[in-house]
Design a protein around this ligand. Structure first.
Ligand code: KIV
Length: 271
């Protein structure tokens, strides 16, 4: 059964994984995920971009619809893409309403804690749209953070991330993702917040964890320190496709059992 917002506030480890399509969503739901995220990591892991910036609202809606069909009973969060909530609260509201209405997501996620983003969180939640926050390493603004590196290692940086997470909670977010920050900073933040913290590269002390589907299943090219690979499906897929190509070239596929029959008298009548 799909968890409700009050249940998501419980003090038990929440497990979230990303999904981008129907089969991935089915697998995630069958595996008992508490939450599924249609992240804008879609850009990197599925669409082949080198960042999340090119992902559009239509991309997110298209993929979230497929995920919703595959996981009708799992709490579903969809990322608001870069640029869709940075041009004022009205635009943000319009984008979020489109995502909720057109894709069937239960909530949206936004990155950062600038005054503008905090206002967006406030307005969306006041109008009944649940919002998940995201602080620390925020991929949509990775370039201005100096690239994909650990955030909050020095005093000023750690203080800023703590304050960002607190501000996101005050603005009304129901949970917050902490990405690529030191484990003990994540622990302090988790202790000081009453909403769940969902870590990725944030150590073991968060209220929950999120990983990218492709990283869990070994479908991404590189080992990532922040993830654990539970299978090597990418390698398996390449081997399977190679075997298929060999069978076609060696004329062992299709075989008799893959073929349909026709009666002689039908064939004999052909001219
Ligand atoms: O887009 C995404 O997949 C994310 C997770 C890494 C939290 O934002």
């Amino acid at each position: 059964m799909k968890l409700t917002l009050p249940e998501l506030r419980r003090d038990t480890p929440l497990v979230m994984v990303t999904a981008y399509d129907f089969p991935g969503a089915q697998q995630a739901e069958r595996a008992g995920m508490d939450l599924i995220l249609v992240g804008d990591s879609l850009g990197n892991v599925v669409l082949g971009y080198d960042s999340t910036a090119p992902v559009t609202l239509s991309d997110i809606i298209h993929h979230t619809r497929a995920v919703r069909r595959g996981a009708p009973d799992t709490f579903l969060v969809a990322d608001l893409p870069f640029g869709t909530y940075h041009t004022g609260v009205q635009d943000a509201m319009r984008a979020a309403v489109r995502v909720i209405q057109d894709s069937g997501a239960d909530a949206v996620k936004v990155e950062g804690a600038s005054p503008e983003v905090l206002e967006v969180i406030t307005v969306l939640t006041r109008n009944g749209i649940p919002v998940m926050g995201h602080v620390g390493l925020t991929p949509q603004t990775e370039v201005s953070l100096g690239g994909r590196k650990v955030q909050g290692r020095d005093e000023a940086g750690a203080q800023r991330i703590l304050e960002d997470a607190q501000a996101v909670e005050r603005a009304g977010a129901f949970a917050v993702v902490l990405e690529v920050i030191p484990a003990r900073l994540a622990r302090v933040i988790t202790e000081r917040l009453s909403i769940p913290t969902i870590g990725i590269g944030a150590g073991p002390y968060c209220s929950g964890q999120v990983l990218v589907y492709h990283d869990v299943l070994g479908l991404s090219d590189h080992e990532k320190k922040i993830a654990r690979r539970y299978a090597e499906l990418g390698q398996l897929a390449t081997e399977a496709l190679r075997a298929y190509a060999e069978d076609v070239r060696g004329r062992t596929f299709p075989a008799k059992e893959n073929s349909f029959i026709i009666k002689d008298e039908v064939l004999d009548k052909l001219y």
